[in-house]
Design a binder for this molecule. Structure first.
Ligand SMILES: [Zn+2]
Ligand SMILES: [Zn+2]
Length: 377
């Protein structure tokens, strides 16, 4: 019940703030047929934005070209979705009771349709969270980027022990780091992610620790950001602080916390936002990147309550939203890749989060996370 109290307190304060600016927004919403997020975002886009304070020469590395952060369109950036994924035949099972691997997303024509639709819903850029060991096809991502008006950022890395390529075990941390830097350069990759651990484990395996360290080193060398996959919600053995453990390992390589997003935090049962506040205090981003999906692990209402507690603690500049959507179940009329904006953001708004804060979360934060000044590697 305490979380309900926190929500109510937050709502009252912010609803009052919203009322002051409400008339103009309502009018714009009526004109755009209810697409009030887009209207709200564009309205606040003119306001002072933290992305203007990024270092000179900062770019976001999309698959097709490097783009200045303020030229990445006027809409939201989804920092963790899947536009190309195929884990069939790659998995070796993992621990007993582990959830099944997601089905393949390899119908490029369908994904092009869905991404185009997301573009009309206010999405300017999507980061694909897959890489080679997830069956991600870079050529498919290029096709999707070329056939839509949505920017696509591709990622590198390794996913989790149960899908690692067999030759990874024999490689040293530095060899893996070298491979990752090469992958990133050759593929024009814009991030490392998602980097994770097997479901329901009490700790990372030795190989997973090696991968985390190698990714940290590769990120330091290239300047690329890193987003993680967490096993939150996958079983009783998962420690609540595993997100902090991930941060420890990545930071031990010299990687600055501002370059890191600890993912799937919205699947952690942490109504007071204690763990995620600690992550943000250390300077890392907190990824709510399973919003509207995996409802059986954590219903959206609980994700909203935790987000409100996090915002109330003063960390709006550290929250990242995305859905980890794989394009499945979309031949029906259900929400597609825009679901973060069309389903979850309205829930935050209804709970009292004002437009300026929403703009910070879906517009500024992912641009700051993705932007970097390219280094010679
Ligand atoms: Zn994941
Ligand atoms: Zn994912």
């Amino acid at each position: 019940m305490q979380q309900g109290f926190a929500t109510a307190r937050f709502s009252r304060r912010h609803v009052i703030r919203l009322m002051g600016a409400g008339t103009g927004l309502a009018a714009v919403s009526a004109l755009t047929g209810g697409s009030d997020l887009l209207a709200g975002l564009q309205r606040t886009a003119a306001s002072a934005s933290s992305i203007r304070r990024l270092p000179r020469g900062s770019i976001i590395r999309t698959l097709l070209r490097d783009v200045p952060p303020d030229a990445l369109g006027t809409g939201a950036v989804l920092f963790h979705e899947h536009l190309s994924i195929n884990l069939s035949g790659l998995g070796r099972g993992g621990r007993q009771g582990a959830p099944p691997l997601p089905p393949a997303t390899d119908n490029v024509d369908l994904i092009v349709q869905l991404v185009s639709k997301a573009g009309t819903e206010g999405v300017s850029c999507i980061v694909d969270g897959g890489h080679l060991d997830m069956g991600r096809k870079l050529n498919d991502l290029r096709t999707i980027a070329m056939r839509t008006n949505v920017h696509v950022v591709a990622s590198g890395g390794f996913y989790m022990q149960r899908v690692y390529p067999p030759d990874l075990a024999a490689k040293s941390e530095d060899q893996v780091a070298d491979d990752l830097v090469r992958q990133a350069t050759e593929g024009h990759l814009g991030a490392f992610g998602e980097i994770g651990e097997d479901p329901n484990g009490a700790e990372l395996t030795l190989d997973e620790r090696k991968v985390f360290r190698a990714v940290g080193k590769a990120a330091v060398r290239t300047g690329l950001p890193v987003f993680t996959h967490n096993s939150y919600g996958t079983g009783p053995n998962v420690p609540k602080d595993i997100g902090l453990q991930q941060l420890d390992i990545l930071e031990s390589t010299g990687l600055r916390p501002e370059r890191i997003a600890i993912g799937h935090a919205c699947c952690l049962n942490d109504p007071q936002a204690t763990i995620i506040t600690e992550i943000a205090k250390r300077g890392a981003f907190v990824g709510f990147d399973r919003v509207t999906t995996v409802q059986q692990i954590m219903p959206d209402e609980q994700k909203v309550a935790m987000a409100l507690a996090f915002l109330e603690a003063g960390h709006a500049d550290k929250l990242l939203l995305s859905a980890d959507f794989t394009g499945q179940r979309t031949l029906d009329a259900g929400p597609g890749y825009g679901r973060t904006l069309t389903v979850f953001v309205p829930m935050l708004r209804k709970a009292g989060v004002d437009e300026a804060t929403l703009h910070t979360i879906v517009y500024d934060n992912p641009r700051r996370f993705l932007a970097f000044v390219p280094k010679k590697t």
